[in-house]
Design a protein around this ligand. Structure first.
Ligand code: CTP
Ligand code: MN
Ligand code: MN
Length: 480
């Protein structure tokens, strides 16, 4: 017997299957200040009366309805959703909506229905630029790359110096600048923005006033930076190893090769294919590799599903590697898949290097260990593919490409896709939001609610965002 409450709810849901009576009116209700439950209620009401109501803002929306918001605010919010918004919407107060509901049709738009243009700066900043990157949309086209390039350089330099806290601070500031709908031309525009600390502000000021950051200029040419950058460019070499080598006087690849240092298997492969692995991988190359992976996986386990993740799923046109997630619709069928895929690829001479790690994830009844590890425990294979290329000239017939393969059971698939789509900062912010705001632990395997002491299941990314109380952000807008 279904509990009464549930039956009632499902009744409402099925009622939404109504016909559209007014095709020229496509309504979007702004959740801000209205609240999620009132928004849901009003949406249902309008749909019942034959109005078309969109859950997500898109180009097809004609009427934007909001409650207790100013015109400026709504306009800025809309600009944030789509930077180059072509068609204009009519932005109306809730009064137009309620009158239309009463009349049973869209009423004539009068002046009193139009939003007032009242400045309310302090409030608008917080609304437009919420402080967690996972609350914002960040597309690939940024208006502020002269600032973000400089700050990315400083973040990278901090990472090379093992100053991770400082690096993350820079990365958060970068993400805020990337999400801004306008180009910054004066320091006053930064007022009230979250995450842009003193240091980042100093860099931005320097660039506005002098056209370049003196800190970047003075770091970029140092022997130390040049050497660490070069050495960490070797696959398998992290900042700690590079620093250790630099301290013994190693500054370039020849010195490293002659140094007598013992390199591990990954580093030897990294050194051997140094040039190729530092060439960006193109979308076309990613697709060719995708075809090979698909063939291998389907050959060893028919019915498997292969998903391109990482930067390419976010719409990037190049990447430093290609990332794939593999699953099978029957839970358990995926066990032991990776070694078979690796054998298949090895037999055909596709792999220049591979290191496979077994799945070590165990779902504990009492929840994940605290703090939850950032590393996931899927069966995975970090590899270097030998990619045959036709257009490489007479003497070079192939190039080396880094490829990451990950296998996930179908029950964890939504979490795995979300976790492997990135960007790295977006993922970090999702976990921070989950922990700090929702008292939940998010990983690439599961979501655990610490208050209810239970795992929250999900079969899609949309459901995970909903569990987290976040608006759904599509992959192309996760480029934080
Ligand atoms: N990732 C992970 N565990 C790792 C390595 C990566 O969960 N040990 C996740 C990262 O958090 C990221 C995604 O896998 O979300 C892709 O990582 P990576 O390939 O390093 O970055 P991309 O965003 O794909 O950037 P690029 O295009 O340069 O490859
Ligand atoms: Mn990648
Ligand atoms: Mn990767």
């Amino acid at each position: 017997m279904v509990p009464l409450k549930r039956r009632k709810l499902s009744g409402i849901v099925s009622d939404t299957e109504t016909t559209v009576k007014f095709p020229h009116v496509v309504i979007f209700l702004l959740e801000r200040k209205m609240g999620a439950s009132r928004r849901a209620f009003l949406s249902q009401l309008a749909r019942k009366k034959g109005f078309q109501v969109e859950d997500y803002f898109s180009d097809s929306v004609t009427h934007v309805i909001s409650e207790n918001n100013t015109g400026d605010m709504v306009k800025m919010w809309l600009d944030m959703q789509q930077k180059d918004r072509a068609n204009k919407t009519v932005n109306l107060d809730i009064s137009w909506f309620t009158e239309s509901m009463r009349a049973g049709c869209p009423v004539e738009i009068l002046d009193k229905h139009k939003l007032q243009e009242v400045e309310n700066e302090g409030e608008s900043v917080e609304f437009l630029m919420p402080s967690y990157a996972c609350q914002r949309r960040t597309s690939l086209d940024s208006h502020n790359s002269i600032f973000t390039d400089a700050l990315s350089f400083l973040a990278e330099n901090a990472e090379l110096n093992n100053e991770d806290g400082r690096a993350v601070a820079f990365r958060r500031a970068i993400a805020v600048l990337k999400a801004l709908p306008v180009k910054v031309t004066s320091m006053t525009q930064l007022r009230g923005l979250p995450c842009v600390g003193e240091h980042s502000q100093k860099v931005i000021k320097d660039i506005i006033e002098n056209g370049a950051s003196s800190e970047v200029e003075s770091t970029i040419h140092t022997e130390r930076f040049k050497a660490l950058k070069l050495l960490t460019g070797i696959f398998g070499v992290g900042s700690k190893t590079a620093d250790r080598w630099f301290k013994t006087g190693i500054q370039n690849l020849t010195q490293l090769a002659n140094s007598g240092n013992d390199l591990n298997r990954a580093q030897r492969a990294g050194l051997e294919h140094y040039y190729d692995l530092n060439q960006p991988v193109t979308k076309a190359e990613a697709e060719t590799i995708g075809d090979i992976v698909k063939k291998a996986v389907l050959d060893v386990l028919p019915g498997s599903e292969i998903t391109l993740t990482g930067g390419f799923r976010r719409g990037k046109i190049t990447g430093h590697d290609v990332d794939f997630l593999i699953t099978h619709p029957d839970e358990g069928k995926e066990v032991g898949l990776m070694p078979k895929v690796v054998s298949w690829l090895t037999a055909r001479g596709v792999l220049l290097y591979q290191k496979t790690t077994r799945n070590s994830y165990l779902e504990k009844e009492e929840g994940p260990a605290q703090p939850p590890s950032n590393m996931d425990r899927f069966e995975r294979c970090l590899s270097i593919f030998k990619l045959e290329e036709k257009e490489m000239g007479p003497d070079k017939k192939w190039r080396a490409v880094r490829v990451d393969l990950v296998v996930s059971p179908i029950s964890q698939f939504a979490f795995a896709v979300l976790g492997w789509t990135g960007s790295k900062l977006f993922e970090r912010e999702l976990r921070r939001w989950a922990g700090q705001v929702k008292s939940m632990s998010l990983s690439s395997h599961a979501l655990f609610d610490n208050k209810q002491c239970k795992y929250l299941k999900a079969t899609s990314e949309e459901e995970i965002f909903a569990h987290l109380g976040l608006e759904f952000i599509p992959p192309s807008e996760r480029n934080a």
